[in-house]
Design a protein around this ligand. Structure first.
Ligand SMILES: Cc1cc2nc3c(=O)[nH]c(=O)nc-3n(C[C@H](O)[C@H](O)[C@H](O)COP(=O)(O)OP(=O)(O)OC[C@H]3O[C@@H](n4cnc5c(N)ncnc54)[C@H](O)[C@@H]3O)c2cc1C
Length: 376
């Protein structure tokens, strides 16, 4: 059974055929930036990708949960990681609003976000690193005479900054020193978007930097007053949806490897590692979805970190197997274009926050704590 048919046979083929065909046709152009990034969001929205796992009362698809949302991102990533990363940013932003005590903010923005008319961007890598003690927050807030916050700082990497309009979630140090999470609309005075960053891959993802120069906001833009309380609760969805990138890329590379090796007795040596990796990706994605569904990763984040590391490694191994099964054909243009794209897409997986270096550091710190506890 192929990895692709595995998801379809289990009744989990979540993307309509027209979206699959569109992503397949434009995957290279979305990767190298020759197709306008503005086209991606409406396509994904029309297929209901962002409504997966959102409660029906808030505009979601009935009978779906966060596991379906992860599966939807995975299925987009099978075809285009650039599009899947856009889907990740949008769906994570929606998740932030669903989890926000500021219901007025959520009520105002959920419908256009779910419908893809408004882009949602998450600039919370900085906050995730802050929680792990790696970085200080890069945006500071001081209190103005009228009680508003005045923000200054920078967000060096943000995806889904659609030039037609976006909201961005950012972490700021509040005037009293508390790390808070706020939303900023694209047209607020003092928020300046750079041109798109020039990237190795994923170019049609509206990835740019944002300068924050004296931006004034009131409490209506507060997603949560304390990131230390809020982000650990949101992190399983944030990282779980992100794992969809690795799952989808691994599945697609394994499929390509199996197809390339078909009927080639000389490549039979790859059969066993291919089968083992396919089983491993399936088991990891099942554990991921189970843990995000039952809330286990809030109390045991290290279990999620281990899965995130293993899935990124599996995707990179799958692309290596595709190369070995395809041989020289992978190195030819245009025949090897799909492989070359997956090779570049795979380079993103270890570095996106939480990066593998960061996660391995966290796991090593935990091991050291456990060892110290055992020795005491
Ligand atoms: C295409 C693309 C799109 C992106 N989109 C977004 C987005 O939408 N939102 C967003 O918030 N970010 C985004 N990022 C940023 C990304 O998630 C990472 O934060 C960023 O790539 C890591 O920053 P750096 O490479 O500058 O890492 P550095 O800070 O230079 O660190 C280098 C490596 O060491 C690790 N590291 C650094 N210090 C420590 C430490 N003390 N302990 C353990 N490990 C450490 C880092 O995690 C990283 O792996 C994007 C990046 C790319 C390439």
């Amino acid at each position: 059974m192929t990895p692709q048919s595995a998801s379809v046979e289990a009744g989990r083929g979540l993307l309509p055929q027209d979206l699959r065909a569109w992503l397949e046709q434009h995957a290279d152009a979305l990767d190298d930036g020759s197709l306008d990034a503005a086209t991606v969001l409406p396509r994904l929205a029309a297929a209901g990708v962002f409504r997966q796992g959102v409660p029906e009362a808030r505009g979601g698809l009935p009978g779906t949960d966060i596991g379906d949302a992860i599966e939807a991102v995975s299925q987009v990533a099978e075809l285009s990681v650039a599009s899947a990363f856009v889907a990740w940013g949008q769906r994570v932003f929606i998740e932030y609003l669903l989890r926000s005590p500021n219901t007025a903010l959520a009520d105002a923005w959920l419908a256009p976000l779910l419908g893809g008319e408004q882009a949602g961007a998450t600039a919370l890598s900085n906050a995730m690193k802050f929680l792990s003690g790696i970085e200080s927050l890069q945006i500071g807030a001081r209190e103005a005479e009228d009680g508003q916050w005045v923000l200054d700082g920078r967000m060096p990497w943000v995806t889904n900054l659609r030039v037609q309009g976006f909201l961005v979630a950012a972490a700021v140090t509040a005037p009293d020193g508390t790390p808070a999470v706020v939303a900023l609309p694209h047209d607020i005075a003092g928020l300046v978007r750079s041109p798109d960053l020039s990237l190795l891959a994923l170019q049609s993802s509206n990835t740019a930097a944002l300068d924050v120069r004296g931006v004034r906001i009131g409490p209506e833009w507060l997603i949560h007053p304390d990131a230390r309380e809020y982000l650990p609760q949101a992190r399983p969805a944030f990282a779980g949806l992100q794992c969809g990138l690795s799952i989808g890329l691994a599945r697609r590379a394994l499929l390509a490897a199996a197809q390339a090796g078909q009927g080639q007795a000389s490549r039979g040596i790859l059969g066993a590692p291919l089968e083992a990796l396919r089983a491993q990706v399936g088991a990891l994605s099942d554990s991921l979805i189970e843990g995000v569904r039952n809330g286990r990763f809030v109390a045991e984040p290290w279990a999620l970190f281990e899965i995130r590391i293993a899935l990124a490694d599996a995707a990179n191994q799958a692309v290596q197997l595709e190369l070995q099964a395809s041989g020289g054909a992978a190195y030819l243009r245009p025949a090897g274009a799909g492989f070359a794209r997956r090779w570049r897409e795979a380079a993103f997986l270890p570095i996106v926050t939480p990066s593998l270096v960061q996660l391995k550091t966290e796991l090593a710190k935990r091991q050291a704590r456990l060892a110290a506890g055992a020795a005491a």
